[in-house]
Design a protein around this ligand. Structure first.
Ligand SMILES: Nc1ncnc2c1ncn2[C@@H]1O[C@H](COP(=O)(O)OP(=O)(O)OP(=O)(O)O)[C@@H](O)[C@H]1O
Ligand SMILES: [Mg+2]
Length: 1107
């Protein structure tokens, strides 16, 4: 949303009137009252058209903040309440945008706030103009020139603690963009008399106090100064300290400012040396010394000070000393030297001090100019700021006041000229008829002062240059003659005797009727001050100084450039510089700031009407207002005018569609404003009387109130309506929500109640059904129980009956049997006695045997032949039968078991049986062999390719193939051999190669011997004389001894039909070639573990130790 622009006007919230052009009625009293009213409300600025009146508030107001700068930036002059910023902005903008050079003329009496105003203008312009490093440096230099000039040119006076004792005009130069480029400062008429003498309660220039307070000890030593103010004659002591002013701090500020402005260190040093020299000059004192010719000659009392000054300034002491004692007057070729008396010496000293200081000040201004001058040659736009002393009317007015007031007359003249010119131009521009304006033109007063032939300044110069005795009185006489007829000149002794009896006009005075009032001038000192003489000897002495700065300050002291013509007088100099200034100002667009001092006490909140009235008078403010509203008091462009007052007429409110001018015409017609009260210009409406404007304003205010009420009414209506609608809407929403909530809650309640009731009913129903079912069940159960009981009773009754019947039947049968028995026994008694016993016995026996067998049938044990179980015998007499039965059963089950065997199994068992017959209970090794199946060919020759040859060599079936240890009969050691048994042969072969070592036909095997012990040694005895027996019997050891012996036995039996003899003994003989060796088995020690060892004991004995 575009920011809504609020159009404001100077006329808004006005206190008194912001623009005194609108003052009605216009007189001194209303002007002062208006200023007072505004001053009391902190409105220190008031306009007279475009002129700003500023009343010194003597306290800091919060109206110069950066925010304020922004407020006034780019705003129309009459848009906001009067302010110095508005004027600055107007000036800066028309300089920048319309290419019009500007000047800002600030006037007012001492302490009215001119210097402050000039600083405010500069700071505003600095704040709104361009930015950037270079621009900022220029700004900074321009701003910092102020503290330097104030230190050297300002002093505390009774009117102002920081009174500018010189006039200052500063041109600030800008480029086409409005960025500052530099500046030029001109100074006017420094009050140099202050250097040597200050009125009571005032001080010398600030710099002297600042130097003594702020300089370091070292610097003071260098400058040969002491910190004590009282040491210096030139420093007034009664007000050496100013309240709220810190001289030492200011000294630092000044030095810093000098640095920023661009002073070199040595320049600062030189400047301070000159200041020190001036200060010390005041301490030179003279004493009279009578000379031969009876005249008094002055001599310096104490030369020490002189010496130090000379050291400081590099002047030859004798030269300076002489310059203080003699005065050389040169006329044409002649040089006349006269001695100076004490008074003249003091005059010379003070003249030197004043000159030195004022020239130093001018030098400073030039030096600053050098620094701040614009560096480019491009065309510049200029804004001049003139801070010059305002009109001065004291009790004793002297030459200075005369000069100053002259300057102000000139400024007033230029103001009149420019204002009227502007006014006229505006009328032409706006096509408004020009009517003559009555106003006071002060050109006549200016003429009285500056006229070259009979002006006061010309007369003064004439007197000063005239040969012969010239005094202030002669000058007054001259004026009395020349100016007597001038209507603004008044003197007691003037030719026309108008003032002969005017006692308010002393004889030694003349009075001028300035535009701002009458001023009485004392003629005393006019001639001297105008002459401003410095004896040539002194200027020459200065020129001879070794101090470069001092030398440069006195160029006229150069003997080579000796000029016998008198230097221009102070008056003519000033007149010339004022003329230059005026010329300068005339080329520019003027802006006026008129400063007013509200009281003499430098106090805030005090508005001394008498004092202000005095200033209003001499500032010519009434005159200002009159000139300003000579034709029309108020003018305004059509657009803002229509905008401001359009609400006063129905046709223009709220919007006017046509051109603004037509709108204003309609508006004014409607309001019936008399035609002579206004004129229509091209772009502005001109209102003749403020009354009319105020009428408009009043109507507007009233209308605004009505409008405000209307707006308020509509707004309130709207607000209430919207509020009501909102409330209603909210209420509906809330009600809807509440109803929903309430219904929900109710529904929940009903639902839960229903559930409860439902559950109760269901529970009750269920319990009822349960009860019924239980009842039914109980009934059924009862019936059953009753039935059961009934049946039970019936059954028991029946049973009882049957039992009874059976018992009866049984009893009958028993009785019957007894009876029969009795009958039979009676009948058969005779037979029974002979056989009955035997028969009963047989019958009973038969029955018992029968029972035994029947029982045995169920008691027989399992069919496993090794099952040892057998039922115990029931009767002793059946013992043998019982054993027999056990044996038969065992045989039978063995047979059963055997019948399951295959042929091969049978063979194996046969072999095992054979082994059992051969070794059971004979050889201790036997039991361990029972569990081992006889495998025969342990060594599978067929499968091992190593024994292929061996296998090929044997054609018969192999019964045993096993590795055995063959015992060497010579030493008992053993060698592994393959033991092979075939159907017909016994073969021994090498275990490694498979080569057959021996082959014995079974027919040649006669016996096998072995021990009864748990070893595997056995000897195979061969038939004596057979081929195989040549090497003797074999002695082997094998793990399968039992199997081998059995198989050898069985094979031999089946092949040879002879039983092989098997000898089991712990000592047997073995044929060893021709000898028989005894193999003896002994129970050996456990040394070699469980392996039997074989050892040859001697030729006949081979001992085998069996563990
Ligand atoms: N706008 C202001 N706001 C606050 N104080 C102000 C203002 N203008 C002036 N003063 C006060 O008044 C004193 C005097 O002002 P300033 O030095 O500007 O007077 P002046 O007109 O230059 O006097 P002179 O002619 O003696 O130089 C300032 O030191 C300051 O204390
Ligand atoms: Mg000042």
């Amino acid at each position: 949303m575009a920011k809504m622009e609020v159009k404001t006007s100077l006329l808004d919230n006005m206190i008194g009137v912001g623009d005194m052009v609108l003052l009605e009625p216009l007189n001194e009293e209303t002007v002062i009252n208006n200023l007072k009213k505004r001053f009391d409300h902190n409105e220190i600025y008031t306009y007279i058209g475009s002129v700003v009146i500023s009343v010194n508030p003597y306290r800091s107001l919060p109206i110069y903040s950066p925010e304020k700068v922004e407020d006034y930036r780019n705003r129309n002059f009459y848009e906001l309440s009067p302010h110095i910023f508005a004027l600055s902005d107007e000036a800066y903008r028309s300089l920048r945008d319309q290419d019009k050079d500007q000047c800002i003329l600030i006037t007012g009496e001492s302490g009215a706030g001119k210097t402050e105003a000039s600083k405010l203008v500069m700071s505003y312009v600095a704040a709104v103009c361009g930015k950037g490093a270079e621009v900022n440096q220029v700004k900074e230099q321009l701003l910092q020139s102020n503290p330097v000039l104030e230190a050297f040119g300002n002093a505390k006076t009774v009117r102002n603690d920081n009174s500018s004792r010189f006039g200052k005009y500063m041109d600030i130069e800008f480029d086409f963009k409005g960025d500052p480029l530099g500046g030029v400062i001109s100074n006017y008429l420094l009050e140099k008399s202050r250097v040597v003498k200050q009125p009571r309660g005032e001080r010398n220039f600030h710099v002297f106090y600042q130097l003594l307070s702020g300089a370091s000890e070292e610097l003071l030593n260098e400058l040969k100064l002491e910190r004590d103010f009282s040491r210096y004659n030139y420093l007034s002591l009664d007000s050496a300290k100013v309240n709220g002013v810190d001289d030492a701090a200011n000294f630092r500020t000044v030095r810093n400012a000098m640095q920023i402005v661009g002073f070199m260190d040595h320049e600062v040093e030189s400047v301070l040396e000159v200041v020190a020299a001036v200060l010390k000059l005041g301490n030179i004192e003279f004493k009279p010394e009578s000379r031969v010719n009876g005249l008094d000659e002055s001599k310096i009392k104490d030369k020490n000070e002189l010496k130090e000054i000379c050291e400081l300034t590099g002047i030859d002491q004798s030269v300076l000393e002489r310059a203080f004692s003699f005065r050389t007057v040169e006329a044409k070729q002649e040089k006349v030297s006269t001695t100076l008396n004490v008074a003249q010496a003091y005059y010379a000293r003070d003249a030197l001090a004043k000159n030195l200081y004022s020239r130093l000040f001018s030098w400073l201004v030039n030096r600053i100019n050098e620094s701040i001058k614009a560096q480019t040659k491009v065309r510049k736009k200029v804004m001049g700021v003139l801070d010059i002393y305002g009109f001065e009317i004291f009790e004793d007015n002297s030459f200075e006041q005369f000069i100053i007031n002259y300057c102000n007359e000139k400024l007033q003249q230029i103001f009149i000229e420019l204002t009227l010119k502007e006014e006229q131009e505006e009328y032409i521009r706006e096509d408004i008829e020009w009517t003559h304006i009555e106003y006071f033109n002060n050109a006549i007063i200016c003429d009285l002062i500056e006229n070259n032939t009979n002006g006061i300044l010309a007369m003064l110069d004439e007197e000063c240059l005239r040969p012969g005795t010239v005094t202030d009185e002669t000058f007054l006489e001259k004026l009395n003659q020349v100016c007597a007829t001038h209507q603004h000149f008044e003197s007691r002794m003037s030719k026309c005797s108008r003032f002969l009896n005017d006692t308010s006009l002393p004889h030694s005075c003349f009075r001028i009727q300035h535009y701002a009032g009458k001023v009485l001038y004392q003629v005393e000192g006019f001639v001297d001050k105008n002459n401003d003489l410095l004896y040539r000897d002194l200027s020459q002495a200065m020129w001879k100084a070794g101090h470069a700065l001092i030398k440069s300050l006195f160029p006229e002291g150069n003997p080579a450039k000796i000029n016998l013509k008198r230097p221009p007088t102070a008056g003519s100099q000033f007149k010339a510089s004022v003329a230059t200034l005026m010329k300068n100002l005339q080329t520019k667009n003027p802006n006026y700031i008129r400063c007013i001092k509200p009281n003499d006490k430098k106090a805030a909140h005090i508005f001394n009407e008498g004092l202000v009235c005095h200033q209003v008078r001499y500032l010519g403010l009434l005159e200002n207002v009159r000139v300003r509203r000579a034709g029309y008091a108020f003018r305004q462009a059509y657009e803002p005018c229509l905008e401001r007052y359009k609400m006063l007429c129905k046709q223009t409110w709220p919007h006017w569609k046509g051109p603004a001018r037509a709108g204003v015409e309609v508006l004014f017609n409607e309001l019936e404003i008399p035609v002579e009260e206004y004129s229509f210009g091209r772009s502005k409406i001109f209102i003749r009387n403020p009354r009319t404007l105020f009428k408009l304003e009043d109507l507007r205010k009233q209308r605004l109130e009505d409008l405000a009420t209307l707006i308020q009414k509509i707004y309130r209506g709207w607000k209430c309506r919207t509020h009501f609608l909102l409330m209603r809407k909210s209420q509906i929403v809330i009600a809807a929500w509440y109803r929903r909530y309430a219904q929900q809650k109710r529904y929940q309640q009903i639902k839960s109640s229903t559930l409860v009731i439902q559950s109760y009913i269901r529970g009750w129903k269920a319990r009822k059904i349960l009860r019924e079912l239980k009842h039914q069940k109980r009934c059924e159960e009862a019936a059953t129980t009753i039935a059961a009981y009934w049946h039970g009773t019936q059954a028991r009754r029946e049973l009882k009956r049957l039992k009874e019947e059976a018992r009866r039947k049984h009893a009958v049968a028993v009785i019957w049997a007894y009876w029969l028995g009795l009958k039979v026994r009676r009948e058969y008694r005779k037979f029974f006695r002979a056989n009955a016993g035997k028969k009963i016995y047989e019958f009973t026996l038969q029955r018992i045997v029968q029972k035994y067998f029947l029982e045995m049938k169920n008691k027989v044990p399992s069919l496993s032949p090794i099952d040892k179980n057998w039922p115990s015998r029931p009767y002793l007499f059946l013992d043998s039968t019982h054993k027999e039965l056990k044996r038969i059963f065992h045989l039978w089950r063995c047979k059963k078991y055997r019948d399951q065997f295959t042929d091969q199994q049978k063979l194996i068992y046969e072999e095992k049986l054979e082994a059992s017959e051969l070794f059971k209970d004979k050889k201790a090794l036997y039991p361990s062999s029972v569990g081992q199946p006889f495998q025969g060919p342990y060594l599978e020759i067929n499968k091992n390719p190593k024994y292929k040859k061996l296998k090929d060599a044997i054609e018969e079936k192999i019964i045993i193939a096993e590795v055995v240890n063959k015992i060497n009969r010579a030493n008992g050691k053993s060698t592994s051999r393959i033991f092979l048994l075939t159907n017909n042969n016994l073969l021994l072969a090498d275990q490694k190669s498979g080569q057959i070592k021996s082959e014995v036909p079974l027919v040649d095997v006669t016996k096998v011997s072995m021990s009864s012990q748990n070893d595997g040694f056995f000897a195979v005895h061969l038939k004596e004389g057979s081929e195989a027996a040549s090497k003797g019997d074999f002695l082997f050891s094998s793990d399968h001894l039992i199997e081998m012996a059995t198989k050898l036995y069985r094979t031999t039996l089946s092949q040879t039909k002879q039983k092989l003899s098997i000898e089991i003994s712990d000592e047997f003989l073995v044929q060893f070639r021709q000898d028989k060796v005894c193999v003896k088995f002994i129970q050996g020690n456990q040394k070699n573990g469980s392996v039997p060892t074989c050892k040859r004991k001697n030729n006949r004995l081979l001992e085998v130790a069996v563990p």
